[in-house]
Write a protein that binds this ligand. Structure first.
Ligand code: ZN
Length: 232
């Protein structure tokens, strides 16, 4: 058994969830799974259709973005994954998709307002939309800079990546993460659902108010408080 077998398998299984959950078309989207002790992650190869994927086709890359093992080219978003793993110690999986509703909010360059308890069960803040990149960043190492675009957004807004496990990259699309690749995929599905609900909410009532503070507080406490009991 190879030392990267576990993360290859985890990355493979998590990638295969994306088309099943309706989060990707064609070869859009990618998941990676990290081994923090070895400081590497396994990620989907670039341009390979989901039905042709296999654990051994996952590419192993280090946190500097260098390929360690694998015959195929890693996903074009690999450097963004590498930057997030390098700077955020407690994540074990990352997902990037262009899922329709979350991407629509990213294109509109808007945070997703917290409208209801479905949202509050997972995040008690609006889902942040990182500002579009400066032209010089786009002209430079674009995928690498996308990682910093995300990190800078969290710094500026004083958000914790362990608390808020999702972001919209302005003009682009969402990234989600979690302690495992599975959790990152789960968050990707949750984000798409929240994004869709928020669009419909604004369609039905353009003046729909944000969730009341008392409910936000209640949901935060039931997830984090001393008597936390959430987990449906
Ligand atoms: Zn993308």
């Amino acid at each position: 058994m190879g030392k990267y077998d576990n993360i290859r398998q985890a990355a493979y299984l998590a990638n295969m969830q994306l088309p099943k959950l309706g989060l990707v078309m064609f070869t859009f989207g990618n998941v990676s799974a990290a081994d923090r002790s070895l400081q590497v992650f396994a990620i989907k190869p670039s341009g390979v259709p989901y039905e042709d994927l296999a654990p051994e086709k996952m590419v192993v890359v280090d946190f500097a973005g260098k390929v360690i093992e694998g015959d195929l080219r890693p996903s074009s978003d690999t450097k963004t994954h590498a930057v997030l793993y390098k700077h955020w110690d407690n994540i074990g999986g990352i997902v990037h998709t262009h899922s329709t509703y979350a991407t629509a909010w990213a294109q509109a360059q808007r945070d997703i307002p917290i409208f209801g308890t479905t949202h509050a069960d997972h995040n008690t803040t609006d889902i942040p939309c990182a500002a579009p990149m400066d032209d010089n960043m786009i002209m430079g190492d674009y995928e690498y800079q996308t990682g910093f675009q995300i990190i800078d957004c969290f710094k500026e807004r004083d958000l914790s990546y362990e608390e808020v496990e999702m972001v919209l990259v302005g003009n682009h699309a969402p990234f989600t993460w979690g302690k495992t690749a599975d959790k990152a995929v789960y968050n990707s599905g949750v984000l798409e659902a929240i994004a869709q609900m928020a669009v419909l909410t604004e369609q039905i009532n353009p003046d729909a108010p944000r969730l009341k503070d008392a409910l936000i507080k209640k949901h935060f406490e039931r997830k984090h408080g001393p008597d936390s009991y959430y987990g449906q």
